[in-house]
Design a protein around this ligand. Structure first.
Ligand SMILES: CC(=O)SCCNC(=O)CCNC(=O)[C@H](O)C(C)(C)COP(=O)(O)OP(=O)(O)OC[C@H]1O[C@@H](n2cnc3c(N)ncnc32)[C@H](O)[C@@H]1OP(=O)(O)O
Ligand SMILES: Nc1ncnc2c1ncn2[C@@H]1O[C@H](COP(=O)(O)OP(=O)(O)OP(=O)(O)O)[C@@H](O)[C@H]1O
Length: 763
């Protein structure tokens, strides 16, 4: 072989070390040749086997091995070399995660099929994009084509064509010598020991340590944000060490213990420095540090950490963006708490932290100190592998800057199909559209870029103002499933994609639900500078016109029976969808991990078949909702319950059919001495009907409606309800419930009800 991959890797590593940057080596061609080259590289380089990770399906080398799906394990860790075997598949998420973990002076090595053929190969990840009824051959290779182009275009990337025994690019950049940076100094007035600051590598990091000083007071929260490798875990570790040396108990949590190892290293080093010369230094076990002053730093897995909050003085959450919002909410109960989090969507769990949790934090009574670290530590600023990864995976994609879309209105914008080929050809359009989706949603990740470009079931549409994306919607074709797929679903098998038909079939036991063809609005977002001007609604209208206006088109390919959506339910979003003609058919019985919210499914039928599907599910929803409220939805926020019921089609559900006895009870509870507790059933029927009908003639207050939800639907006790809704006493709360039912008796009551009412009113 003419190309000496090992010698090439050596010179790349030498240059990488000199510049404190990383280099990327692509070993393209036959897989076995790739492994031969990889082994010779690893044998030649002076990299310890303990500093190397192979990310691929087989444990073929002596080093640590992870499968691509488990690349999360590498988040927040630092490796000298990582090799990714992309022959069987390439998951964009895994690539994003590993690219951030390679140390300055280290190598990222990619084993790929021949680059010319790679875009056309279909791997396991592609199979996950083949959502029924689409087959694998409908999945395209645009993401990989773009990836190959970026590999060829970017500096710092060596490409070896193993099959042709040819060096396509040597990846050497001949970097200028690095300037030594001054060591950061402690701030003039600091409360942590100077050693905590002296251990910092950049002044950004020293500022971050200083931000932690606010936790010396009660009722404080610190949020540390940065891209990967800026030293935030280390800053948190130095702060943890300073607290522990001062006798405080610090509880650290992260998705897994390994994610917190840098934090513990720094805490341990600082505690040792601070104890230097004293009789007893810190005792250190795996993820437990105890200081002579009685302080400690200990690790707990997230759920155990929630249980242990009471026994800690200070809580530090590392890799917070990778935790479910509900867990973050629970951790917020700690009096002094810090969250270290990565921006830019590297984490698999995405942006629940910034999209949802930041609001919860702002609403809490904590005083929040924010700190952002910019200066890279793991590798130098401008590192070519980071620049490449950001571009290839659009990790830094942003919506257009505000002034470009500030004047957008429904009249100024143009509706545009975002065809994958157009997106490939126009990087700015792609960045703006994807950037808007990333910014507005808690779940957009690098895999979604590949989906957008290659998945056969997805479509994207946008509103553009002066050529800039101001609103964007991601749409998925669902349903239209063959009988055998439908019966598989009914019998409990998982079918990819098809969220709405899946829930309606498997949970709601409707084998025919997958038959009509639908279009689910997977995501919609309007630029934050242009919200509440009707743009989101205008985009949905355009989508309806394009897809939904063909109900008389019969079997024309592409015609649909319903439009639908599913999302983490909040009162505002329910109102938005309701305004746009979507109606509730389902509320999930568990909270979504990422958003911490209950999910809701809504349908807007566009054909007779779609209407039949909607009607039967709306009807069943109204019938079951009260029972759910006193069971798995007993902690559903009352305002979400109100909005979910209000968004049900008013014709849905059984007509109100109370017996004479039941009307007697309800009317006498409203107007006289009757008691709700004797038989809550008829009160529930009436409350549900009221919310669904949303009659204009009745004007209950927000508090009265919350009272109906909590006491009548959710069955909470009088004391709890009185307490939560701010009634002075349980008897005041009972009277308020009676009062709330008066207008309902007046509106819905029968002769019997009125007779009873009139007896008391007349008296
Ligand atoms: C399946 C899914 O994608 S659901 C998730 C929807 N997307 C998001 O949450 C991302 C962030 N939010 C956004 O991008 C926008 O707020 C959108 C897409 C929800 C709405 O886009 P807009 O262009 O503002 O829509 P439009 O102007 O037509 O309607 C706004 C109305 O929707 C309702 N609304 C929408 N979102 C909210 C919210 N979070 N809280 C309260 N009301 C809301 C309000 O009634 C609002 O009217 P108002 O501002 O006068 O009170
Ligand atoms: N003060 C420090 N002293 C010694 N090493 C440090 C210091 N700060 C950072 N490092 C090293 O720099 C690398 C990145 O630091 P760290 O893990 O703290 O960054 P991070 O921003 O948390 O990164 P990630 O987002 O990947 O978790 C690690 O190898 C760490 O050991």
């Amino acid at each position: 072989m003419d190309v000496d991959a090992a010698a090439l890797a050596e010179s790349l590593r030498e240059e990488a070390k000199r510049a404190n940057e990383r280099r990327l080596v692509v070993l393209a061609g036959d897989r076995e040749r790739g492994y031969d080259a990889l082994e010779s590289i690893l044998e030649t380089l002076s990299i310890p086997i303990t500093g190397t990770t192979l990310v691929g399906p087989d444990d073929r080398l002596r080093c640590e091995q992870r499968r691509q799906v488990n690349a999360d394990d590498l988040l927040g860790t630092t490796r000298d070399a990582i090799a990714v075997d992309a022959h069987a598949e390439l998951q964009p998420n895994a690539l994003g995660k590993v690219a951030g973990a390679v140390d300055g002076g280290g190598l990222l090595i990619l084993l790929t099929p021949p680059l010319e053929a790679w875009p056309e190969r279909r791997g396991e990840f592609d199979a996950s994009l083949a959502v029924p009824p689409f087959e694998l051959d409908a999945v395209t290779g645009r993401f990989r084509r773009r990836l190959v182009e970026t590999l060829r275009a970017h500096r710092g990337i060596a490409i070896v064509d193993l099959d042709a025994d040819r060096l396509e690019a040597d990846g050497l950049t001949d970097p200028a010598p690095r300037l030594a940076t001054a060591a950061p100094a402690p701030p003039p007035e600091h409360r942590f020991p100077a050693a905590a600051y002296e251990a910092c590598l950049t002044s950004d990091q020293a500022d971050a340590v200083a931000a932690f000083e606010s936790l010396l007071e009660d009722g404080q929260a610190v949020v540390l944000e940065a891209d990967r490798g800026r030293g935030k875990s280390s800053a948190a570790g130095l702060a943890a060490g300073a607290f522990a040396a001062d006798g405080e108990d610090v509880l650290v949590t992260a998705p897994a213990a390994r994610n917190a190892s840098e934090l513990f290293d720094r805490a341990e080093e600082l505690c040792a420095t601070l104890a230097d010369g004293s009789e007893r230094g810190p005792t250190v076990e795996s993820h437990l540090i105890e200081t002579a002053t009685g302080g400690s730093v200990r690790f707990r897995e997230p759920s155990a950490a929630v249980d242990a909050l009471g026994s800690a003085d200070i809580v530090i959450v590392d890799e917070a963006a990778a935790l479910p919002v509900a867990t973050l909410d629970s951790l917020l109960a700690a009096d002094r708490v810090a969250f270290a989090t990565t921006v830019h969507g590297y984490e698999g769990a995405g942006r629940g932290f910034s999209v949802r949790f930041r609001d919860h934090l702002a609403e809490s009574d904590r005083k929040v100190t924010d700190c952002t670290l910019v200066e890279p530590i793991r590798y130098a600023a401008g590192d070519p592998v980071e620049v490449w990864a950001f571009r290839a995976l659009l990790l830094d994609a942003r919506p257009p800057v505000e002034p470009l879309v500030a004047d957008a209105t429904p009249e100024s914008v143009e509706y545009r199909r975002l065809e994958p080929n157009d997106l490939l050809a126009d990087d700015r359009l792609l960045r703006e559209a994807f950037g808007l989706l990333v910014l507005a949603h808690y779940r957009t990740e690098p895999n979604d870029l590949a989906r957008l470009l290659d998945a056969p079931n997805l479509e994207a549409r946008a509103l553009v103002h002066d050529g800039h994306v101001v609103s964007v919607a991601l749409l998925a074709r669902e349903g239209n499933l063959p009988a055998d797929t439908r019966s598989m679903m009914y019998e409990g098998d998982r079918v990819r994609g098809n969220m709405l038909p899946d829930v309606l079939t498997s949970q709601l036991r409707d084998e025919a639900a997958g038959e009509p063809a639908g279009l689910r609005v997977v995501r919609i977002a309007t630029h934050h500078a242009a919200r509440s001007r009707g743009l989101g609604s205008h985009l949905l209208e355009c989508v309806h016109e394009e897809f939904g206006g063909r109900s008389d088109a019969g079997d024309e390919p592409g015609s649909i029976d319903w439009l639908g959506t599913g999302f983490g339910a909040t009162p505002g979003l329910l109102a938005f969808w309701r305004e746009n003609g979507y109606r509730t058919v389902f509320v999930s019985t568990t909270r979504n991990d990422a958003s911490g919210e209950y999910s809701v499914l809504m349908l807007a039928p566009t054909s007779d078949d779609g209407r039949a599907l909607h009607d039967r599910h709306a009807d069943r929803f109204v019938r079951r909702f009260a029972a759910l409220c006193s069971d798995s939805l007993d902690d559903l926020e009352p305002d979400v319950a109100r909005a979910a019921l209000r968004s049900v089609d008013a014709d849905a559900g059984p007509p109100l059919a109370l017996t004479d006895f039941e009307w007697d009870l309800v009317a006498s509870a409203a107007y006289g001495p009757g008691l709700f507790a004797v038989d809550p059933g008829p009160f529930r029927d009436l409350a549900v009907r009221y919310f669904v009908d949303d009659p204009e003639s009745v004007a209950l207050t927000d508090r009265e409606e919350r009272l109906l939800v909590r006491r009548v639907l959710q069955g909470q006790g009088w004391e709890t309800v009185a307490d939560r809704l701010g009634y002075h006493s349980t008897s005041q709360c009972m009277r308020a419930l009676g009062d709330a039912f008066r207008p309902l008796v007046d509106l819905y009551g029968t002769e019997t009800a009125f007779e009873v009412r009139d007896r008391f009113v007349d008296e």
